[in-house]
Ligand binder design. Structure first.
Ligand code: BTN
Length: 244
């Protein structure tokens, strides 16, 4: 596969989209030492300082419709969590939809972007940011409580090259499983590593918020929330708080 290694970019997702528009092949990876305009979900920023983490984006052309693209994002969360567990022994958990947590703090986020024409996906960019070797003081004030790096969370200094290799290998394996056998095995593994299922949660969506019991995840990756009144609410996007 082709790997585009960059010193500094605004965001690897934009670079990957540009390369995809120019015809880059499926499986190409853009990785940068630093992002000056890193993007997070829900319009947030993603802080990606030089040499401190792994900031990369994968170009994919999955044979699915846009709603199923979530499956690929969840697959990425499973793959990265598995790679971290195998490579470092650190017990990472997945918080819906695709944040990775260690001791309740976020160490990895995933931002997927699609280009779809005629309702089919023609390419998909899966951007993954792993906080690896930051000190707690490297995080901006507003994230200092909620974020961590693998190093601060575990005390181990981690080799970024080994970890990205493991993550790409895991991703490839899971992507093949998904192509051959569908979402069921991916979801099973996602649920096994989940820290936000079968518990009481609060969910903040852009203009709404709910509290309830996180009952299940459906085949599009939506969270099924049992509201206090007994009604089942399907949530497709939002931010989960576990500490309530
Ligand atoms: C989130 O949890 O809000 C998603 C964060 C995604 C960060 C990664 S870093 C590589 C890629 N490039 C970006 O600008 N964002 C993603």
């Amino acid at each position: 596969r082709k790997i585009y290694y960059c010193d500094s970019v605004s965001t690897t997702n934009e670079t990957a989209k540009e390369l995809a528009r120019q015809g880059a092949a499926e499986g190409a990876v853009v990785v940068a030492e630093e992002q000056t305009g890193g993007k997070g979900r829900l319009g947030r920023r993603w802080f990606a300082p030089k040499y401190k983490g792994i900031w990369f984006s994968l170009i994919l052309c999955p044979p699915v419709l846009p709603p199923e693209a979530n499956q690929v994002t969840m697959l990425a969360a499973v793959a990265v969590a598995a790679a971290i567990r195998k490579e470092t022994g650190i017990a990472v958990g997945i918080k819906w939809p695709n944040d990775l947590l260690v001791s309740g703090r976020k160490i990895c986020g995933i931002l997927t972007e699609l280009s779809a024409e005629m309702e089919r996906i023609n390419y998909m960019v899966v951007g993954i940011g792993i906080n690896v070797n930051q000190e707690q003081t490297d995080f901006p004030e507003e994230f200092r409580e909620s974020a961590a790096s693998l190093r601060t969370a575990s005390g181990i200094k981690i080799n970024r090259v080994k970890l990205i290799r493991a993550a790409l290998a895991e991703f490839e394996q899971w992507y093949e499983i998904w192509l051959e056998r569908g979402f069921t095995p991916v979801l099973a593994s996602w649920k096994e590593m989940s820290v936000s299922l079968h518990c009481q949660v609060r969910i903040h969506a852009p203009n709404k918020s709910w509290e309830g019991w996180a009952e299940d995840i459906d085949s599009d990756g939506a969270l099924l929330l049992r509201l206090p009144g007994g009604e089942l609410q399907r949530v497709i996007s939002g931010e989960v708080s576990l500490r309530m």
